[in-house]
Design a protein around this ligand. Structure first.
Ligand SMILES: Cc1ncc(COP(=O)(O)O)c(C=O)c1O
Length: 397
C-alpha cells in the first residue's frame, strides 16, 4: 500500500495548479479555475481505467461505502452481509445506513465465502459487501452469480484493491457499485479520498447528489440548483484530488513493481515446508500489496510475527491478534458502543454482537500473516529480507 512512498514532481505540479487558481472547491468557479478540474479529471481517468461507466470521487472510502449503500436503497432494518476480516469502516457504514451487519465466514481467499453467504441469508437480506482484502480478490464471480440468483444488491468494498482484477475485469466493477479508498496508506492516495464506481446511471445520479447535500449539479449556478434528496457532505477537495490524479497516473508502475517484488518473495518462501499461501482466484489480477501466508497454527504464527519483527523484517501483520482488521478485537463494536443510540438497536432483527461467532474465519486468521510489499526496496534490501525471512521461519516450521 505504498502511494506515499513515491510523491514527486507530478504530485507537486498538480497541487500547484490548484493553488495557483485559488479554487479548492470541486464544483463551479468555471472561469477562475483556468481549466483545472482535478476531481472531474480523476473521475474520467478512473472510470476509463476500470472500464466502468461512472466514477464519483468523494472524501474517503468510508464516505464511498455510506454513499453507495444509500444510493442502492439500503436502509432501516435491511440486513447486509459482511465479512469479519475487513476494516471496521465497512461495518460502520452499514450501521450508519440504519441497516444490520450480518457476518458470514471467510475462506482461504481471506474474503467472504459464497457458501457462507448462502448460509446466513434471511428474508431481510438486502445486500452483500464482499471486501477484497489486502490487494487481492474474493471469489467474486461466484458471489455475483449468487447475488443475481437471490436478487441481492452487490456492493464491493475494493478500498484496499485498486488496480486489481478478476479475469481481466476490474474489482469494484462486478456489482451495483464498487468502493475505493485513497487514504494515506493505500496503493494510491489523495491524502484522504475515496470513490464509488458504477455502470448504473441512476445509481450514479444518486451518488453524485447524496455526496453533496442532494444537489442536482444541473447548470452552473449553485444557488439555483435543486436539492433532489437529503444528503451529506462527502465532497473531496481539489487539492486532494490533485494528489490522487498524479498517483493514478503511476498506478501501472506501482502494480508492476509490487508484483515483481511479491513474486520473488513468494518463490523463495515456497521452499519452506508447512507454510501455505492465501488462495488467489486469479493470480494475474492480484494487485500484490501484501504477501499473505499461513503458518501451521496460531502458536507458530505468533512466534513468527514476533521473530520476524525482532530480526528487522518490518511490515508483517498477524491480524488475529492486532486491532486493525479482524472482528475478534473490536470490543467497542461487540458492545455497540456509540455516542448516541444506533438505529440498529431498535430493530427486532438486531443480532447480539457480543456473541458473533466466526469459528471458520478464526481458524484461518489465527494462522495468517500478511507481509506488506513495498515499492522502494532495492535489490539488496529485498535479498536481505528474503534471507532473514527464510532464516527466521526455518527455525519455526
Ligand atoms: C477494507 C476497507 N474498507 C474501507 C476503508 C475505509 O477507507 P477510508 O480510510 O478512506 O475511509 C478501509 C480503509 O482502511 C479499508 O481497508
Amino acid at each position: 500500500m505504498p502511494g506515499f512512498e513515491i510523491f514527486g514532481e507530478e504530485e507537486r505540479n498538480q497541487v500547484n495548479d490548484v493553488l495557483e487558481t485559488g479554487v479548492l472547491f470541486r464544483y463551479g468557479f468555471d472561469g477562475a479555475r483556468k481549466g483545472h478540474w482535478k476531481a472531474k479529471s480523476f473521475e474520467k481517468e478512473l472510470s476509463d481505467r476500470l472500464d466502468v461507466s461512472y466514477a464519483h470521487l468523494c472524501a474517503s472510502g468510508t464516505a464511498a461505502l455510506s454513499t453507495a449503500l444509500v444510493a442502492c436503497g439500503v436502509g432501516a432494518g435491511d440486513e447486509v452481509i459482511v465479512p469479519p476480516f475487513t476494516f471496521v469502516a465497512t461495518i460502520e457504514s452499514v450501521l450508519m445506513a440504519g441497516a444490520v451487519p450480518v457476518f458470514a465466514e471467510i475462506d482461504e481467499t481471506l474474503c467472504l465465502s459464497p457458501e457462507a453467504i448462502e448460509a446466513v441469508l434471511t428474508p431481510a437480506t438486502k445486500a452483500v459487501i464482499p471486501v477484497h482484502m489486502c490487494g487481492s480478490m474474493a471469489r467474486i464471480d461466484e458471489i455475483k452469480t449468487l447475488c443475481d440468483k437471490k436478487g441481492l444488491i452487490l456492493i464491493e468494498d475494493a478500498c484496499q484493491s485498486v488496480g486489481a482484477s478478476y479475469k481481466g475485469k476490474a474489482l469494484g466493477s462486478f456489482g451495483k457499485a464498487g468502493c475505493f479508498s485513497f487514504d494515506p496508506v493505500k496503493t494510491i492516495t489523495c491524502g484522504e479520498g475515496g470513490a464509488i464506481v458504477t455502470d448504473d446511471k441512476d445509481i450514479y445520479i444518486a451518488v453524485d447528489a447524496y455526496a453533496d447535500h442532494g444537489h442536482d449539479h444541473i447548470g452552473d449556478d449553485r444557488g439555483a440548483e435543486d436539492h433532489m434528496i437529503i444528503g451529506a457532505n462527502y465532497r473531496i477537495s481539489e487539492l486532494n484530488a490533485a494528489v490522487g490524479l498524479a498517483q493514478l497516473r503511476k498506478l501501472d508502475w506501482i502494480l508492476s513493481t509490487q508484483k515483481k517484488n511479491k513474486a520473488v518473495l513468494k518463490e523463495a518462501m515456497s521452499t519452506l515446508p508447512r507454510i501455505g499461501f492465501r488462495r488467489i482466484p486469479d493470480p494475474d489480477g492480484d494487485s500484490a500489496t501484501f504477501l499473505s501466508f499461513f503458518m501451521p497454527d496460531v502458536t507458530s504464527a505468533r512466534h513468527a510475527v514476533t521473530a520476524l519483527s525482532t530480526a528487522g523484517v518490518d511490515g508483517c501483520f498477524h491480524w488475529f491478534d492486532n486491532n486493525w482488521h479482524y472482528i475478534r478485537q473490536w470490543n467497542h463494536f461487540h458492545q455497540l458502543k456509540a455516542l448516541s443510540r444506533l438505529a440498529v438497536e431498535a430493530l427486532p432483527n438486531c443480532p447480539d454482537y457480543s456473541n458473533v461467532a466466526t469459528p471458520k474465519s478464526d481458524a484461518i486468521m489465527e494462522r495468517t500473516i500478511s507481509m506488506q510489499i513495498k515499492l522502494g526496496w532495492t535489490e539488496e534490501q529485498l535479498d536481505k529480507r528474503i534471507k532473514t525471512t527464510l532464516d527466521v521461519l526455518q527455525t519455526i516450521v
